[in-house]
Design a binder for this molecule. Structure first.
Ligand SMILES: [Fe+2]
Ligand SMILES: [Fe+2]
Length: 373
């Protein structure tokens, strides 16, 4: 029996507004038997006036999750689990295992001497290191040592392997992948490395040493892949860049001192589907509210404060992770009058921008139907 479509009616010319009748309901039933339907019964739902995110704002508090993450060390081995990860589940996106929108995220834990089998997949990944000593990642033969707040890429199609040195300590990091997006595109492949491990073929940290020098590009540095050759962005120079920039800018009223991680060969985003930024909120800073399309997963790299998302207040402190769904009003506030707060942010902005879907609106400003910039 076709469902009555009363709640899908919009009382405005140009929108679907057809009242059910017995004849129409019979017609809908007939179409359904032929795998078809009348657009006016669903049009207002599938084409809302503005984006309707299924994601809800969530704060994943590290102090609440850390013990559970550590508990998995005793429950499963990386060999059996593949990757020993506690994933972040947005109540509105459980069906696609997303933390927000089309972004998956999790907390991975590894003991000294452990490693996760080398593999590759169509989804692109990042990691953001949270605690521990001796973690490293190998991407296409490039080994990278990892420290707290370092940001690492494992782009679409690259072989990668994660491990902790035998003389290191238990390490935890945040993984972020576009798995739900690639699945929505029905384009996801996964492959385990035939040797189960990956040979290191280059000097340690060579890609960051080659490409990560402020304003300087290697004279023979050729790179034409769709992702950044700088696989690791270290925390120290990132924080230094924010501090220097903060000294000579008022920053954005909506974002404070915000800098994007870029591909040094193109100045574009670090990967084709996901981008990342780091933003500093100076002591006492409270940004103005705005909203934009795109899904945003924040990780508190330093400090504490709160965000107001669609009118609700969410407190956060170092190592907490929280999300801002697409088109949700949001503003951020540093809770300290003396310390900086710094937020790492993973987003799908490269997709939104490339596909012409990015829109932004300041609170109290225009109707948001045109991009502001
Ligand atoms: Fe992976
Ligand atoms: Fe924003």
């Amino acid at each position: 029996m076709a469902e009555a479509q009363q709640d899908q009616r919009d009382d405005q010319i140009g929108r679907a507004n057809v009242q059910d009748t017995p004849e129409l309901l019979a017609y809908y039933d007939e179409l359904e038997t032929k795998n078809a339907g009348a657009l006016w019964t669903v049009a207002n739902k599938i084409e809302p006036w503005e984006p309707v995110s299924q994601s809800v704002p969530v704060v994943w508090r590290y102090k609440e999750l850390r013990d559970d993450v550590l508990r998995s060390l005793k429950l499963v081995t990386p060999e059996k689990a593949g990757r020993r990860v506690v994933y972040l589940s947005n109540p509105g996106r459980r069906d696609v295992t997303a933390a927000v929108g089309w972004i998956y995220a999790g907390l991975q834990v590894m003991n000294p001497g452990e490693n996760a089998t080398a593999h590759r997949h169509s989804a692109s990944a990042i990691r953001f290191i949270m605690e521990g000593e001796g973690a490293y990642t190998v991407v296409d033969g490039h080994k990278m040592t990892l420290g707290k707040n370092d940001f690492v890429l494992t782009p679409n199609g690259t072989w990668h392997e994660h491990a902790v040195e035998p003389d290191g300590s238990t390490c935890i990091w945040q993984d972020g992948l576009d798995i739900p997006f690639v699945n929505a595109m029905e384009a996801n492949f996964f492959e385990v490395h035939p040797d189960l491990t990956e040979a290191v073929a280059y000097p340690i940290d060579d890609m960051t040493k080659t490409w990560g020098n402020a304003g300087l590009t290697p004279v023979n540095g050729e790179w034409n892949k769709g992702y950044s050759p700088m696989f690791k962005y270290e925390w120290e120079p990132t924080y230094e860049a924010l501090t220097k920039y903060a000294a000579c800018t008022e920053g954005s009223p909506f974002d404070g001192v915000l800098m994007e991680y870029v591909n040094p060969a193109t100045n574009g985003p670090v990967m084709q589907t996901m981008g990342a930024s780091m933003q500093m909120l100076r002591p006492g800073e409270h940004t103005k509210s705005h909203r934009h399309t795109g899904s945003f997963l924040y990780h508190v790299a330093k400090g504490s404060g709160h965000s107001i998302i669609n009118g609700d207040r969410y407190e956060w402190c170092e190592k907490d992770i929280f999300c801002v769904p697409s088109w949700a009003w949001h503003e951020h506030a540093n809770g300290s009058e003396s310390e900086n707060a710094v937020l790492f942010c993973l987003s799908d902005l490269p997709v939104m921008r490339k596909l012409g879907l990015y829109r932004e609106q300041a609170f109290g400003d225009n109707d948001g139907r045109q991009p502001l910039n």
